[in-house]
Write a protein that binds this ligand. Structure first.
Ligand code: Q0N
Length: 285
């Protein structure tokens, strides 16, 4: 790896400094479910997420510039431009799920968006909504209203981030829907370049930053199966695990089944054989 200081760790990714202006984002094969990182890796999961992110970065630069400079030959490392990060998570929801569904059920609104009464879980919203959240260093992000988000970012940066996030979601959701995948919601992180431009950072439109649902199973009125993680979740449920760390070791068939779901998401969305990506990661650019 490009030697350099370790800047940040997520549950499943690491960021290193390459130089003052440049970072290396490295995606591991770790998987988390029910908020716990499992002890068994899913081979190539980090490459699937890295390849998908790079694919979207290459195809959305007309919407908003992004931090990607280069994809490494290992398929799991993105070399990125260093930015001043905005202090909010830019979440866009096209469907009522997760904390959006929870907030709606409790209050009738999500991040200050009053929604029609009587919506069922997993309903498609009339229009996608921007539901910014705080960046919690531990525990769960909290949805915040537009006033708080604007105060945290500054007016101009907030509006640029909101417009970019909504346009990126619409682009990704339309692309995915045409390939049988519902992009229920997604989280973007944006930053500001030295010239003041708002720039897309982090990973984008991956199964780790989004809810991917198989369109073939879509049935509003309850929770939807996750395209990538349902197989792992179902197996974990059957073991009777209490969902506290440490999680269970996964058997080989669950590892293989989960890997093939990640690879299927990659191939459906990119229309590139995953083996071509492994041989030549720049194939997604
Ligand atoms: C940055 N994060 C949080 C681990 C990583 N381009 C950038 N410039 C400056 N800082 C960052 C980026 C990027 N990307 C982003 N920390 C620093 C991202 N976390 C999320 C969880 O996993």
């Amino acid at each position: 790896m490009s030697a350099g200081a370790h800047i940040a760790s997520g549950k499943v990714r690491e960021i290193y400094a390459v130089d003052d202006d440049t970072l290396a984002l490295v995606a591991s094969d770790r998987i988390s479910t029910f908020d716990v990182v499992l002890p068994t890796p899913i081979p190539d999961k980090g490459r699937v997420l890295t390849g998908l992110s790079a694919f979207w970065f290459a195809r959305t630069r007309h919407i908003v510039p992004n931090h990607l400079l280069e994809i490494r030959g290992d398929g799991r490392t993105l070399i990125c431009r260093r930015l001043e990060m905005l202090p909010i998570e830019c979440v866009v929801r096209g469907y009522l799920a997760g904390s959006g569904w929870k907030d709606y059920r409790e209050t009738g609104a999500v991040s200050g968006h009053d929604l029609p009464a009587g919506l069922a879980e997993a309903t498609r919203l009339p229009e996608p909504i921007f539901t910014p959240a705080t960046k919690a260093s531990e525990g769960h992000d909290e949805n915040i209203d537009e006033r708080r988000a604007r105060a945290l970012c500054g007016e101009d940066r907030y509006l640029a981030a909101k417009d970019a996030a909504l346009a990126l979601y619409r682009f990704g959701a339309a692309h995915a829907e045409a390939r049988g995948i519902i992009l229920a919601d997604t989280k973007f992180e944006l930053g500001v370049a030295s010239d003041g431009t708002v720039v897309l950072a982090d990973e984008a439109l991956t199964p780790d930053s989004s809810r991917f649902w198989p369109a073939s199973a879509y049935q509003p009125g309850g929770p939807q199966p996750s395209f990538d993680k349902q197989f792992v979740r179902d197996w974990c449920e059957r073991t009777g695990w209490n969902k506290e760390a440490p999680g269970p070791e996964l058997p080989d068939d669950v590892v293989a089944g989960t890997r093939s779901r990640y690879v299927e998401a990659f191939e459906r969305l990119t229309e590139i054989p995953f083996d071509d990506y492994l041989a030549r990661p720049e194939a997604v650019l």
